[in-house]
Design a protein around this ligand. Structure first.
Ligand code: AMP
Length: 181
């Protein structure tokens, strides 16, 4: 496949805007009752316009990436079906983060709610505001383990199957806090 056909395919995606797209969202929080932050956010994802939440993983606790002098994180992954374009979805997620009064004092520091678009169908998008697949998802157990829980057969475009990737990633810091509903 040529380089051009794999990069920034949002233009062609706009032709299919009326169709449902399958997307996976990573959620994380380590401030202000993180379990409740994530439960509320999972419900809010289901309320987004032209969007339905299909599945949600269990809630997991994980050790922070980067500075260790901050609380453990709570993480989860949700699968949505949406008619929103990738940028519309990003805008909606950033509005949700703001409504949770997100605190961003330092890079990789504590936060009330972090929402990342992990996968959008099998699209590869490289734009200033949006990289899909999410740039670090293939290195993070707290993303891959909940993702595998809701679909063990998923692949990350250009990276391979998540079960193969997971077999080379440490996940021993992860614990299930709340089983998926
Ligand atoms: P962070 O808070 O560290 O997750 O980074 C937020 C920034 O990442 C925002 O400026 C977004 O525009 C950008 N970004 C790039 N790709 C993505 C993605 N796949 N999901 C969410 N935010 C993204």
């Amino acid at each position: 496949m040529s380089q051009n056909s794999t990069i920034d395919r949002t233009a062609s995606a706009s032709h299919t805007a009326s169709l449902n797209h399958t997307v996976y969202i990573g959620l994380g929080s380590n401030l202000e009752d993180p379990v409740q932050q994530l439960k509320t956010a999972l419900n809010e994802l289901d309320q987004l316009p032209r969007t339905k939440r299909i599945r949600a993983s269990s809630l997991y606790s994980s050790k922070p990436v980067g500075p260790q002098d901050q609380p453990d994180f709570v993480n989860a992954v949700a699968c949505l079906s949406t008619e929103l374009t990738p940028i519309e979805l990003l805008d909606a997620l950033q509005a949700l983060e703001q409504s949770h009064r997100r605190v961003r004092e330092r890079h990789w520091g504590p936060r009330t709610l972090d929402l990342d678009i992990l996968l959008y169908d099998e699209q590869i998008i490289e734009q200033p505001r949006l990289i899909i697949p999410h740039a670090f998802m293939h290195t993070r157990g707290f993303v891959l383990l909940p993702l595998a829980e809701i679909d063990a057969h998923l692949s990350i475009p250009n990276k391979g199957s998540i079960s193969d990737i997971l077999s080379n990633i440490a996940t021993d810091d992860l614990q299930i806090l709340t089983k998926s509903e």
